[in-house]
Design a binder for this molecule. Structure first.
Ligand SMILES: [Zn+2]
Length: 343
């Protein structure tokens, strides 16, 4: 049996767990609706229960550590979940301490956007790149930056909060309190809101028919644009322009080898790509214009496999795998972990 990591992706609505192989392949998956309103102890209980289930169902698995991602803000080095807005009752929870005491395994923690960036970089659309920016566009906008082969953390691990960079001076107020945040104008929520304002219940527009005369969502806009609806096409064009403006800033700031776009709105990537590209060509300085902008490949597995790579990634000093190998070298043994690295 090859070397595996236990991985968890703690979201505000769903808690996902998996056994992940060093190739990034997911050997087993479990999930449960997150008890997001019940406080940290209840949710940690869920994590432990899912972990026990995975370990019980796969007794032969050689698990060498636990990689975990959770919503920010969190401190990856200290292993502390500081206080995510989507999880009630989490205040400075020392998650690494708690889980490593429970399981006697090394535990690593990363915020969910950074973990997804790592996943796409190690196993998905960004394989082989030295630097990349991962942008997830769905309800909000988040991201992670891999710079010169490492996640860029910044002070307290708070770098790359790209959804809240100011890209205009107008529009709806962001939940953070500012006006003009990238997220406030370019998220799926913002796109749905624009579509809702442009139409009315009962107006017989395709957008309202798709939404059964309720609020129009980004998904409805993409669907209507695919069907050739003129209003939806204009909305997609405007959305692509906002994304292109934000991506241009990211190119200028981080000079990545590529930008990877994930999140729900990546389902409409083919429709958005020409407008994004045109905006980047118009606004970016010459030297940045040839950088590829590509859709994510891993979907909702990106965070899980990225979290697992914190444990499994070979060659990174200080990872659990490197420590296991060090101990084996000292002991003169040749274990499954080492054999797996040759096969
Ligand atoms: Zn904001």
């Amino acid at each position: 049996m090859s070397t595996l990591a236990l991985a968890f992706d703690l979201g505000g609505t769903e808690l996902r767990g998996a056994l992940v192989e060093r190739s990034g392949d997911v050997a087993a998956r479990v999930s449960a609706p997150t008890l997001a309103g019940a406080g940290s102890e209840a949710v940690i209980g869920q994590i432990i229960a899912l972990a026990d289930r995975l370990l019980k169902e796969h007794p032969q698995a050689k698990v060498i550590g636990i990689g975990m991602c959770a919503p920010g803000p969190l401190d990856p080095k200290a292993g502390i979940v500081i206080g995510p807005p989507t999880l009630a009752g989490w205040h400075n929870v020392p998650l690494i301490d708690i889980l490593s005491r429970q399981f006697g395994l090394p535990v690593r923690l990363e915020n969910d956007a950074n973990a997804a960036a790592l996943g796409e970089w190690r196993f998905g659309a960004g394989r082989g790149a030295g630097s990349l920016v991962f942008v997830t566009v769905s309800t909000g906008i988040g991201g992670g930056v891999v710079a010169d082969g490492h996640i860029y953390h910044g002070r307290r691990g708070l770098a790359a909060e790209i959804g809240h960079m100011t890209i205009t001076g107008e529009g709806d107020r962001c939940f953070c309190g500012n006006v003009g945040c990238f997220e406030a104008v370019a998220s799926g929520t913002a796109l749905g809101r624009r579509a809702t304002r442009l139409t009315k219940p009962g107006d017989n527009s395709l957008l309202r028919r798709l939404s059964n005369d309720g609020d129009v969502s980004a998904r409805h806009v993409v669907e209507a644009a695919r069907a050739g609806d003129a209003t939806a096409r204009e909305l997609v064009e405007a959305e692509a322009r906002w994304l292109g403006i934000g991506f241009t800033n990211l190119l200028h700031l981080y000079s990545p080898d590529l930008i990877v776009m994930g999140g729900g709105l990546a389902n409409g990537f083919d429709l958005l790509a020409p407008g994004i590209r045109a905006t980047v060509d118009e606004r970016a300085m010459q030297a940045y214009r040839d950088v590829p902008i590509v859709p994510a490949e891993l979907g909702d597995r990106a965070g899980l496999v990225g979290a697992a790579s914190l444990i499994l990634w070979e060659g990174e000093p200080g990872t659990a795998l490197a420590m296991v190998q060090d101990e084996e070298t000292k002991a003169g043994g040749l274990s499954g972990a080492r054999e797996a690295s040759h096969g």
